[in-house]
Design a binder for this molecule. Structure first.
Ligand code: ADP
Ligand code: MG
Length: 266
């Protein structure tokens, strides 16, 4: 009995220190976003505040139209808040001009989208290398970084393939490699498994979990509860506000789930 009490006390202390340790990567303070749609003004975010620390893996959930993509666009420096503040690694980026935002985006943020967005006539390696073209590094170094990124997603042996020669899951892995190639502070993924079958979705989540285990901060939008179960924390949006913010209970291991799923022939 006494032992049990000690144990649970230790655990909760550990939990608290993980919560409190680690620096804040994303800090959003009372952010509002309006879109002007002809005559009507759409209030897409209505006072969103949250913090995300280094090493977190956050799933963003909520019905269609609840503001998830708007939030991700702001966090990813693709768009600016109408009011409120966004601090990325401690620096207020809410009012930077487009050019400065683009620079920050390229160096610090990796994006993965539902539709892969690969260039069709370009190999996996060249697709992965693309974001390095803006960095001032030589060709050999660019090549080395792209190969490393493809290795991280288990695709090094397919680097000379074109997107049409790859399965959907492999294409998404190329997109993840491309997102990682500049060594970003955060990986943002908006419905990355939306176009994939269930087994392939879990394979992609296995990659995300292994990257997160190595310390990468990940924010992922999904409407699938099963996919959110692979994250460590979930934020639920409703009507432009965060309605729930809680740790994922009974977090699933993608590697374990994969053992239970049949392998389909490609
Ligand atoms: P979600 O990703 O959760 O489906 P969004 O962030 O895309 O939600 O949209 C939130 C609200 O803002 C919706 O009402 C949507 O119609 C509106 N909205 C999103 N983008 C634009 C835009 N570019 N112009 C006008 N309204 C928009
Ligand atoms: Mg969306």
């Amino acid at each position: 009995m006494a032992t049990q009490e000690t144990k649970s006390l230790t655990l909760s202390e550990q939990d608290r220190s993980t919560q409190e340790s680690g620096d804040v990567v994303i800090q959003v303070d009372d952010v509002h976003k309006f879109y002007q749609l002809g005559e009507t003004k759409v209030h897409a975010l209505r006072g969103v505040s949250t913090q995300i620390r280094r090493g977190e893996f956050v799933a963003i959930m909520g019905a269609s139209g609840s503001g998830k993509s708007t939030f991700m666009n702001i966090v990813g420096c693709l768009d600016k808040p109408s009011s409120g503040h966004y601090l990325l690694e401690g620096a207020d980026v809410s009012q930077l001009d487009k050019k400065k935002l683009a620079g920050i985006r390229n160096r610090r943020i990796g994006f993965v989208f539902q539709g892969f967005n690969l260039l069709a006539r370009t190999t996996a390696l060249e697709n992965t290398e693309l974001p390095t073209l803006y960095a001032r590094i030589d060709k050999a170094e660019r090549h080395r970084r792209a190969v490393d990124a493809l290795k991280m997603v288990g695709l090094a042996e397919r680097m000379d393939h074109f997107p049409s020669q790859l399965s959907g899951g492999q294409q998404q892995r190329v997109a993840i490699a491309r997102a990682l190639v500049n060594g970003p502070s955060i990986l943002l993924a908006d419905e990355p498994t939306g176009n994939l079958d269930s087994r392939t979705s879990v394979e992609v989540m296995e990659i995300f979990q292994s990257l997160n285990d190595k310390g990468l901060t990940i924010v992922l939008v999904t409407h699938e509860h099963d996919i959110a179960q692979f994250a460590r924390r979930s934020l639920v949006f409703r009507d432009g506000k965060i309605r729930r913010d809680e740790p994922v209970q009974k977090r699933a291991s993608a590697a374990e789930v994969l053992k239970t799923l049949p392998v389909l022939e490609e």
